[in-house]
Design a protein around this ligand. Sequence first.
Ligand code: RB5
Length: 144
Amino acid sequence: MAAETVALASDHGGFELKEVLKKELAAQGYKLLDLGTNSAGSVDYPDFGRALADAVATGKATKGVGICGSGIGISIALNRRPGVRAALVHDGLSARLSRMHNDANVLCLGARTTGIDVAKDCLSAFLSTSFEGGRHARRVEKLG
Ligand code: RB5
């Protein structure tokens, strides 16, 4: 089976964590689509949230990872796009539930609020967990 493509985007607050998670994903054989930012220089998270939302909504990537300082701004930006279900999580269980119950297609993390090991755990839970469907499918359908 072809490797899944994961798109990543962050603002300056999430840049370092994005680079760490990129290495983690590459080591696990995922194809990567890095939408920036590419340095710690100040940028605006809505621009990167929009680029990531486009990549996921158009199918260029099957899943996404969005990071800013708190994870809040980029998750708000992502969720403005129909078909994008971005989940801001702070622990592995929430990451797993975002897949099982919400069919989340973008994982959002706050680099200032979530340490590297927890972020890696969230990423691994997010990518290895399937949507349960059933009653949850009806609810996700209602999200539009
Ligand atoms: C940038 O300073 C910071 O506001 C941003 O990374 C994010 O936390 C916004 O929600």
